[in-house]
Ligand binder design. Sequence first.
Ligand SMILES: [Zn+2]
Length: 462
Amino acid sequence: MPPYSDRPSMRNRTAAQTANYVRLQSAMKGVSDALMRAARRSMFSFGRREPVSDADANALRVAIDGALPLLDFQFTDPKRQLPSKLANRLRNFRKMLTRMRDASNGEALDAVFAELSGKTTDVWRKFIEYRDEALAIVNALDEEFLESYSVGSYSVQPFNTGRGDWDDEKWSTMKYVLTAGADLLERHGMGRFVGGAVLAYPTRTLPPSAGGGGGALAMYRRTDDIMWIAAGGAPKRVLHSFIHETGHRVYWRFIGNVGRAAWEAYFEGDTGTPDVDAVIRAWEAWASARQVSTADMGMSDSTDEFDRMRYGRYLAYWMRHLMKTGQREMSMWTEIIADKAGVDEKYDTMRDAPRRNQVPGLDQIIAKKSEIRSFLTPVTAYSATEAGELFAEAFAHYIVDGPNRLHPRLRAMLRQAVPIMRVGTGGPLSLRPDYGESDAALPRGGGEEGPSAYRVASRFIG
Ligand SMILES: [Zn+2]
């Protein structure tokens, strides 16, 4: 198959609309035109009220017959269902259209219009409301296959969804990720794990339809050895996710039962009390420091300073500070410790501030201090959640950032598990164009987003 760059027609797509959406939209236009014509005499005329003509009733019937099948939404995945509220609304919409269609002539249709119109609404307004809702549902949930293509030995199946579409930037991210990713794997002795099937989405995260990977950056399913990738993020981050998923592939297809048992034993065994005090000390110092004069500060700096003074003991503000200042280790340990302490903070969007009367994250951690235990040689907060994620994260950081990113013990364990893995040749930077994103902007460490404290924090900060 030709590479993506030979496909100008695909590359120039910009509308984020699927064929189903366009079909429904055009059917709805047919119905609304016919309804407008049929109802104009009875509804939109002042003074003399005229009955609906039989011809107009006929035209509306034809238009509705064309539209009704498109309003019976079926997911290809039988496990998926519309939320019951939306399903009820859609059912009512179909009922309304069916009643209008079943009117045998103009007079009968006129009677249906009268029945459907209430004190505050009329059949036209009802129709518009239902129609917009149906279109919004399709726009949000529908997805379609585009033609598949190849990048090197990867075969890529792009999906189009109502939430994003394949533009030049996303195509080139996808090509960069697969070519640079393959090259990095080759240069680390992992060439046998290059190639395979990749399902690609143009969104920043995978949609709920992606086999349980909703909200994740990428996913690997070992039963059929398929990878899912959301190509809508920053290229370097997508690359990281891709190598992380390849790490899962290696974990399940290479290291074997014995290797996995050893890895799990390492994960379970290397637990203990992390340096909670170091996090508390640094956080306290930051949160309680004297106010810095805001006179010389730019707008956003003085806002940050104001927030620090008021909300510095809340996790979200501390995490934001750590990310802004690129304190990767501290941010990782804060996240792990907050997760283990079960820190839960609620945000008041009306006031744009933490909710009143709740204990700030720092004080929740201080209260739980003596109970906190965690994995001790992680590479990211997410890697501390589970043995398989530890492997994938370690693999990704070893290959993308180089072996020195790993704790010596983690590095030794990884080399033991994957003896064919080499330190990369050719320099780690040659294939990593600077996309203007520093590591500090990558706090979640590449892989899927786990149920970690940072996610709490990111929800909290909005
Ligand atoms: Zn993972």
